[in-house]
Design a protein around this ligand. Structure first.
Ligand SMILES: C[S@@+](CC[C@H](N)C(=O)[O-])C[C@H]1O[C@@H](n2cnc3c(N)ncnc32)[C@H](O)[C@@H]1O
Length: 151
């Protein structure tokens, strides 16, 4: 295996939280940043695209999904939200946990299980954002990403 693929695989599989800079953002900070960016439910978010390059526990993602679904429901435009979000997470278990949270949120919001899975399969990607091919353009890119550097 090449050294980069090897390092990515190790980070994805069994790195600890500090090694991956995995400190998740508090909800009030997330809401403040989304308001500041203009990602607000009074806008046609269902016609816009947002990228979260390192979604971790899904703090941004859940707030984003909530605002998107609110905007789409208000406009009667919930038919197809698959293009509205792209989000990436490197660590496999974190990816799986957050995936479950988003599916749970969509089902609570009235989406059928099959539709929730279809949407989440389009929204979420497991991998290294820096090595992933993600089709743009995006109207918003949101995340807080901290890196720890070791000597
Ligand atoms: C500081 S947390 C931030 C999570 C979320 N963006 C937030 O603000 O709450 C960083 C996350 O990025 C992930 N990560 C680190 N490097 C990454 C990369 N190259 N591609 C995708 N995810 C990465 C880590 O596994 C961790 O879950």
């Amino acid at each position: 295996m090449c050294p980069i693929a090897d390092a990515v695989e190790r980070l994805a599989r069994d790195s600890d939280r500090s090694e991956r800079g995995a400190i998740f953002t508090r909800r009030e900070v997330v809401d403040f940043m989304l308001d500041l960016a203009g990602y607000t439910a009074d806008r046609p978010l269902y016609q816009m695209r947002l990228l979260e390059p390192s979604f971790g526990g899904g703090e941004f993602l859940l707030a984003v999904a909530s605002r998107l679904v609110t905007a789409a429901k208000a406009a009667g435009a919930v038919e197809d939200l698959v293009d509205c979000i792209r989000a990436v997470e490197l660590h496999r278990n974190t990816y799986l946990d957050t995936r479950s949270k988003i599916i749970g949120f969509l089902e609570q919001s009235g989406f059928a299980p099959k539709e929730s899975h279809r949407i989440v399969d389009a929204w979420l990607l497991h991998g290294d954002f820096l090595l992933s091919e993600i089709q743009g353009p995006f109207d918003f890119v949101v995340a807080i990403h901290r890196m720890s550097v070791r000597n």
